[in-house]
Design a protein around this ligand. Structure first.
Ligand SMILES: [Zn+2]
Length: 325
């Protein structure tokens, strides 16, 4: 009987490596950085196995580590107790995130600064939008988000990343940025953001749990792949320069389909719950953590991601640049 011997090309390490279809580079990782509005804060957070929350005056220590890892960039999230109904802290020129953006760009032009734009870290009710009664006022919210985006662009953010999932926010932010001369500031929205239980460690850290209800009227049902593609299509038509899909591991099919369908870069967000599962299992000795991290990130890239936001960024960069697996 005739048959194919696909194993021929797997006989040696050299042969296998010659034909790897997917290779990871540290430059395609983006590291989430939590910026605290206090002083002298450099806290390794237990919910995220040692990922730091840092105040602007201690930022240098985090940046030294990031620079050494030679990754692509950081995405910033603000942590503050100064909250109100409108999330007004988010637009303050002296806000923690605005200060951090300026400091990072001073420190190194090579670290790309992605500014996450949302309201949930700044509103007293913890929702990603402005409320009218107990409902989100979509159109009012996108006005406020545009102001936040402009404030981050003015501070020097390289890329604006709205994560709220309101309708029309990309068009509104593009218009706002353009009208203030920021025509070359890219917008990379969270286009397909599923309502997921995998965000739990992040919400603890960012202190952004909704005070009532949930986020299911704006984040997407994870049951829906075609709707995710419609969201991506809408954001592209409004001017998105690339798109973010999250969570990563439960959306590999969406990443893959988006890659086939749209000619636009895709960033996958390997979220806090995915990180926590690997870290916890590693601690219990149930798996080889380093091997699993590289396998997961490779699979996300194989599915079609061009870059990955991941809490593993620094350790993955160390693994890739430091030794062979
Ligand atoms: Zn939010």
């Amino acid at each position: 009987m005739e048959f194919k011997r696909l194993r021929r090309l797997r006989q040696t390490k050299a042969l296998r490596e010659l034909f790897y279809e997917t290779r990871l580079y540290s430059k395609e990782f983006i590291f989430p950085l939590f910026i605290d509005d206090g002083n002298n804060v450099f806290e390794r957070m237990p919910q995220l196995d040692g990922i730091v929350k840092v105040s602007v005056d201690r930022l240098q220590e985090a940046l030294d580590e990031i620079k050494k890892a030679d990754i692509g960039g950081v995405i910033l999230f603000g942590v503050t107790s100064q909250k109100d109904e409108m999330g007004s802290y988010a637009t303050r020129d002296d806000g923690a995130v605005q200060q951090a953006i300026r400091k990072i760009k001073e420190y190194s032009e090579d670290i790309l600064v992605f500014a996450d734009v949302c309201l949930c870290e700044y509103t007293s009710h913890g929702h990603c939008g402005i409320l009218k009664g107990d409902k989100i006022d979509n159109d009012k919210t996108i006005e406020v988000l545009s102001e936040i985006a402009l404030s981050y662009a003015k501070a020097g953010a390289d890329i604006i990343c709205p994560s709220d999932m309101m309708d029309g926010r990309v068009a509104a932010i593009r218009k706002k940025l353009d009208s203030h001369g920021f025509v070359y500031t890219p917008i990379i929205p969270y286009s397909a953001k599923f309502a997921s239980s995998l965000y739990a460690p992040f919400r603890d850290v960012a202190n952004s749990r909704p005070a009532f209800g949930d986020r299911k009227s704006y984040q997407m049902p994870y049951q829906n792949k075609r709707e995710a593609l419609r969201e991506i299509e809408a954001d592209i038509s409004e001017g998105a320069d690339a798109v973010i899909i999250k969570p990563a591991l439960t959306s590999l099919d969406v990443i893959s389909a988006a890659k086939e369908k749209f000619n636009i870069p895709i960033i996958a967000y390997n979220v806090s719950g995915e990180y926590a599962m690997v870290k916890s299992a590693g601690k219990l000795g149930l798996l080889n953590e380093e091997e699993v991290i590289i396998e997961i990130l490779t699979a996300i890239k194989r599915a079609g991601a061009d870059a990955i936001i991941t809490y593993h960024a620094l350790e993955a960069a160390r693994i890739l640049n430091g030794k062979e697996l």
